[in-house]
Design a protein. Structure first.
Length: 155
């Protein structure tokens, strides 16, 4: 989703794991009223309508976001001379925002605001995350089948 109302700053909204850019839709009226520039809410790789990555890392997710903004990012994001990105990310999106700001050949990121970022991981949590990352993708024939498998209830 994109608001193309114009302005000098571009707000890049990055969702958390398991969500999509649509998670920001309830904020659209407030953003339209209060944010002075454009805003973008893309789907991170492997989420929503965005295709998966061959392997996942924070840097890889940041590269996909940058690539989605176009060559060098500036033109496709509609960034003119002197314009900069402000990144607001929830959880995984916050970490991806930090990786986006830190990457070489980077976009002009003025600020990153991360909400709900898990900063300290125990060895057990890191091992569990690595195990989950290695699991193959599970595909379901229907939304109802996916809901039963993941939630124990129909969608």
């Amino acid at each position: 989703m994109v608001d193309d109302s114009g302005g000098r700053s571009v707000l890049l909204l990055l969702h958390g794991m398991g969500a999509s850019g649509d998670v920001w839709l309830p904020w659209a009226p407030l953003l339209e009223e209060r944010w002075p520039g454009r805003w973008l809410a893309p789907d991170l790789a492997g989420h929503g309508a965005s295709p998966p990555l061959p392997a996942y890392s924070f840097a890889g997710l940041a590269e996909r976001v940058a690539a989605g903004l176009g060559s060098g990012g500036r033109a496709a994001a509609g960034l003119g001379s002197g314009e900069r990105l402000v990144v607001l990310g929830h959880s995984l999106g916050g970490v991806v925002g930090l990786a986006l700001a830190a990457r070489a050949g980077g976009l002009p990121v003025a600020a990153v605001i991360g909400l709900g970022i898990k900063a300290v991981w125990s060895p057990a949590e890191l091992a569990k995350a690595a195990e989950l990352a290695e699991r193959p993708v599970t595909w379901f024939a229907t939304r109802e089948e996916a809901a039963r498998a993941t939630c124990g209830s129909p969608a």
